[in-house]
Design a protein around this ligand. Sequence first.
Ligand SMILES: NC(=O)c1ccc[n+]([C@@H]2O[C@H](COP(=O)([O-])OP(=O)(O)OC[C@H]3O[C@@H](n4cnc5c(N)ncnc54)[C@H](O)[C@@H]3O)[C@@H](O)[C@H]2O)c1
Length: 270
Amino acid sequence: MNNLFSVKDKIVVITGGCGILGSRIGSYLASEGAKIVILGRKEEVGNQLVKEIKENGGEAMFLTCDVLKKEMLEQNRADIMKAYGRIDVLLNAAGGNMKGATIAPDQTILDLQLDAFKEVVDLNLTGTVLPTMVFVEEMAKQGKGVIVNFCSESAFRPLTRVVGYGCSKAAIANFTKYMAGELAMKFSPELRVNAIAPGFFITHQNHDLLLNPDGSYTDRAKSILGHTPFNRFGKPEELFGTIQYLISDASSFVTGTVAVVDGGFDAFSI
Ligand SMILES: NC(=O)c1ccc[n+]([C@@H]2O[C@H](COP(=O)([O-])OP(=O)(O)OC[C@H]3O[C@@H](n4cnc5c(N)ncnc54)[C@H](O)[C@@H]3O)[C@@H](O)[C@H]2O)c1
């Protein structure tokens, strides 16, 4: 019987591919036989990731990319088409928070730095919309393709302090649903778009919010754990199964959904 969850030989493009979640997901999918295109801003990190994937018998390439620069994305697309001739999957993993766009405990909305707010919204939202526009053009010609956007817990219920990040991730949940209809009805019902909403994973973007300089948990980290029935942070490898499901034929009738992977955080109240 065919393996419903197979990703073998799929050309998987990952924005934010040098980041913690993007890089771990890329290495995993490579180990499952996918061909990984790491898009990122850090050439040295990207080349090292490619080297590691190849040493483990996988296939990967790195391309320098800024998800907010359309021409750069178009060049990336041309390079990928030259190398592989098609694009099967886009993982929109570039994104994150910025210090200036958060509201410290002793501040209020009146202290919000609007420039930083706009920057975060731009990175997360435009940084998902623009790669989608550029890469979906090829997928539309193929009549088949899958996109997975990176949403967040903050999309469903606002978290204190991270106002810009939360607004932009809420918009990503909406954009995911919008695109599900847009692509299926105007291009092909084999073009699917879903999102993953990771719970709390300690990475660059939230490191200082969750860990004190001595490595102990901050009050915020303790508060998150207190609202997480599993009482722990997630591990990047706990996203692998959901991503594989969403990009494989196992989810061929699934589009416009947001898959929550969060140790019960979203399901829990008191
Ligand atoms: N870590 C978590 O707990 C968590 C939870 C929910 C959602 N997410 C989301 O998952 C995704 C991956 O996050 P992560 O935790 O691996 O963070 P990360 O900071 O390790 O990775 C994000 C990557 O995006 C890249 N990036 C930023 N701006 C870019 C730009 N303009 N062009 C190209 N690349 C750019 C960064 O260089 C970085 O490599 C993000 O969208 C994040 O918001 C993370």
